[in-house]
Ligand binder design. Structure first.
Ligand code: 13P
Length: 334
C-alpha cells in the first residue's frame, strides 16, 4: 500500500501545487456554455486534455484532480487520463463526493453526499492509479450553524478514513464560501469553528493527519464586501490555521474560491511571507484561478489550444512564485 505521508508530502512540495480540474459534468457544462462552447463529452475531454498536456505543467503542479468522467476517459491518442498524468510527472487525483443537498432541518445549510458505497469506489480508483482524492464540504457564512459544521465535518472524516484505508491520500476540503457581503472577522470566526470541528472528527475517526492534505479557503471578506490588504488576509489566515489545524498535517493547499489569479496569488504570497514557523507547507489547489483564462482563450477552437496552454502555465507560474516566497524568505524546504 502507498506510503500516505510520502504521497501527501509530494503533493505539497514547496513551490508547486495541485490543479483542480474536477468540475462535475453539470458544472463543467455550465462553464462551457458561459464561454459559448457547445456542450459535449468530447468538449469536456478536449478541454481537460489541453490542461493536462500543457508542456512542462509538472514544473509548477504536483497533482491533478479529475472528475469521474475524465478519470475513466482517455486522451485522443487512447492513453487513459490517470496514466497520462503519471507519464507527465503528475499524481492523478479523483473527486469522490457527489455534490451537495439541503441538510435536513439545516435552515438552508447543505451536506455533501457520496458516502454510500465509497469504500468500493475508492478501491476501484486506487486500482486504476489514483494517488489522492478530494471531498468538498460547503459552509455558507450566512446560514451556518454548529449542527451544519458538525454534520459536514463528520462526513469529511468518514471520507478521509475510507481514503486512508484504501491507500489514497485524502484532500480534505471544508470550504467557507467567499460569496456574500460578510466581513473578514465573520469569515475568520466561521473558518476557525469549521476547522476545529473537522480536526475533532478526523481525530475521533482515527485519520492520520500526517497522511492527508488540508484544502481550506483563505480568510477573506466576502466577495461583495469591502476588500482588505493582502497582509491582513495573510495574518488572519495564519492565525486561524494556527488555532485549529494539527501540526502533523504536512501541507495546506488553498482553494481560490472565486478570486482572480492575481488576487489569489497575492494572498498566497503574503500568507507565505507571514507564515513564520508554521509547521505546514502553504501552497495552492486552485481551480478557477488557474484554469479560467485557459478556458476563455481556448473557446472550443482547436487552433487556440497552444494559446490556452500558455495562459494556464502563466497562471500556474504566478501561483508557484507565491508558494515559493516562504522558502526564499526562511530557507524552509518542506
Ligand atoms: P476554486 O479554486 O475555483 O475555488 O476551486 C477549487 C476547488 O477544487 C473547489 O472544490
Amino acid at each position: 500500500m502507498a506510503d500516505l505521508h510520502s504521497v501527501a508530502s509530494q503533493l505539497v512540495e514547496s513551490g508547486r501545487g495541485i490543479l483542480a480540474a474536477d468540475e462535475s459534468v453539470k458544472t463543467m457544462s455550465t462553464r462551457l456554455t458561459a464561454e459559448g462552447i457547445e456542450v459535449s463529452k468530447q468538449a469536456r475531454r478536449d478541454y481537460r486534455e489541453l490542461l493536462l498536456t500543457a508542456p512542462g505543467l509538472a514544473e509548477t503542479i504536483t497533482g491533478v484532480i479529475l472528475s469521474d468522467e475524465t478519470f475513466n476517459d482517455s486522451l485522443a491518442d487512447g492513453q487513459p487520463f490517470p496514466q497520462a498524468c503519471r507519464d507527465r510527472g503528475l499524481l492523478p487525483g479523483i473527486k469522490v463526493d457527489t455534490g451537495t443537498s439541503p441538510l435536513p432541518k439545516g435552515n438552508g445549510a447543505t451536506i455533501t453526499e457520496g458516502l454510500d458505497g465509497l469504500g468500493g469506489r475508492l478501491a476501484d480508483y486506487a486500482a486504476k492509479g489514483a494517488s489522492f482524492a478530494k471531498w468538498r464540504a460547503v459552509i455558507d457564512v450566512q446560514n451556518t450553524s454548529e449542527y451544519a459544521r458538525d454534520a459536514n465535518a463528520h462526513a469529511l472524516a468518514r471520507y478521509a478514513a475510507l481514503c486512508q484505508d484504501n491507500g489514497i491520500v485524502p484532500v480534505v476540503e471544508p470550504e467557507v464560501m467567499c460569496d456574500g457581503g460578510h466581513d473578514l472577522d465573520a469569515c475568520a470566526e466561521v473558518t476557525a469553528a469549521t476547522l476545529v470541528a473537522v480536526f475533532d472528527q478526523l481525530d475521533r475517526q482515527r485519520v492520520d493527519p500526517s497522511g492527508m492534505v488540508l484544502k481550506p479557503n483563505m480568510v477573506t471578506p466576502g466577495l461583495k464586501a469591502e476588500q482588505v490588504p493582502a497582509e491582513t488576509v495573510a495574518s488572519a489566515t495564519i492565525q486561524v490555521l494556527s488555532s485549529s489545524v494539527s501540526t502533523d498535517v504536512p501541507g495546506i493547499t488553498f482553494l481560490s474560491g472565486g478570486h482572480s489569479n492575481e488576487t489569489a496569488c497575492d494572498y498566497l504570497g503574503a500568507i507565505n511571507d507571514h507564515a513564520g514557523s508554521a509547521p505546514w507547507s502553504l501552497s495552492y489547489s486552485f481551480g478557477r484561478a488557474l484554469v479560467s483564462d485557459a478556458l476563455h482563450t481556448w473557446h472550443g477552437d482547436p487552433g487556440q489550444t497552444e494559446a490556452a496552454q500558455v495562459a494556464l502555465l502563466a497562471n500556474c507560474r504566478r501561483a508557484s512564485a507565491a508558494g515559493r516566497r516562504r522558502s526564499m524568505a526562511s530557507g524552509a524546504t518542506n
